[in-house]
Write a protein that binds this ligand. Sequence first.
Ligand code: GLU
Length: 430
Amino acid sequence: MSAMPPGNPASNPFVSSPTYLMACQQLRNVVRDAGLDQGVADRLMLPKRSQIVSVPVRMEDGHTEVFVGYRVQHSLTSGPSKGGLRYAKNVDLGEVAALAMWMSWKCGIMNLPYGGAKGGIAVDPAELRGGEKERLTRRFTDEIQNIIGPRIDVMAPDMGTDEQTMAWIYDTYSMKVGYACPEIVTGKPVELGGCVGRKEATGRGVVYCISEALAELKISPEHTTAVVQGFGNVGSVTCEELVKLKAKVIAIGDRYGSIRNDRGIDIAKLLDYQSKNERKTVVGFPEAEAIPDAELLATPCTVLIPAAMERVITAENAGKLRCRVLAEGANGPTDPEADAIIAHSDIFVIPDILCNAGGVTVSYFEWVQDLAQFMWDETRVNAELKKLMLDAFRRVRAEAKARKVTNRTAALSIGVRKVANEKSKRGLYP
Ligand code: GLU
C-alpha cells in the first residue's frame, strides 16, 4: 500500500521528507489492520495546521542571519496540541510534521487530553554564541505567537533545547499578553513553575518500560547489559536509572563518536567528563575504548536504546542487531523496512510512542499544576508517572497478544484509534 498521503503529491509540501513518508506508512498499516474509516484516516495523514516563519537574528558580530522555523500542529481534536521544539541543522517541514503526528499517537496511548505538535528551527545550536540562542528563541516565539496558547498549543524541550529555552518562551509570551503565563510551555525551570522530575521523566519512563520487558522475559536487571545511542537528556538519564537497577551500560555513542567498556561504564564519571570538555562529548573518556559508530548498534547486549535521532535502524543494519530488547528512547529510530526484519527476530521492541512517553506525561502534570496553581512533590510526580507508564505498557502488550501483532502495531493502533474515535464522535464541521 502506498505511503503517500491523500491528494496530489506535487502540491503536498511534506512528502519530500522520508521521515514524513515513514509516519504515513505506519499510519496506513494501522488503518488497514484496525479497519479504520478511510475519511478519518485521510484527515490524520495531513497535519491540521503548519506555520513556516523566517526568524531574523542579530548575531554577535553584528550581522543579521535569517533562520527558518516551523511549528506543525497535527491535531487539536483531543485538546491543545502538545510537543517539543527542536533546534537541529537539518530540520525541515516534513520531519517536523512526522514528529507532530507521532506526538498525537503518543498522547493517545497515554490518554492525555492533547493532540500532537512539534516545532523546529534549522540551526546547529552548538554553533550559536553569546546571546544568539536567546534572541533566536524570543523572535521565533513572537513569529508563532498567533498559533500558540495554553489552550491552543503548548511547547516543550526537544533536541537542542532545554529548560532555559522554555524560560525564554515563557517570558516572551508573558510580556506579550501582559501577565505571567507559565502554562504556555512545559519543561521550564522549577523556580518558574516547572515540574520537579520533568527533566528526568523521559529517561525514567524508558527504564520503567525496560523493567517491565525484562520481567516478562525473566531476565534480572543485574544480568542486563545496555548499549545507548545518544547521551543528551534522554540517553544520560536512562543510563543513570539503569545503573540504579544494577544493570551495566557497556557502550555509548553521541554525534562525535562511540565508546565501549565491557566491565560497565561509570556513568557518574562520564557525566563529569562530558560536562568539562568543550564539545560536551563522551569521546575521549579515559575509562573506555573508542569504537567505530557502525559497531555501536551491533554491539551484543541485553537492551539496545537508540536515544538520539530518527531512522538510525534501517534495512541495512536491522539484521545486525544483537540485543534482546530494543527500547526506543528517540522518536522514530526504526524505519518500517527495519521493522519488518525485526518482526521476524526474537527482539522485544518497546516502540517509541510508548517508550519515550514519560516526557510528555510529566509535561501534562506540569501544565495541570500551572493551571491549578498547585504544585506536586517529586514523590507524587514519579508515582503518577510510573502508574501511567505501566498501565500503557500493559495495554500495549495485551493488544499485541490478543491480536498477535507486534508491539509497534499494537501501540500505534491504540494511539491512532483513540484520536480517530474522537474525530468520528465529534463529527465533521460544518
Ligand atoms: N519533546 C518530547 C517528546 O518528543 C516531549 C514533548 C512534550 O513534553 O510536550 O515527546
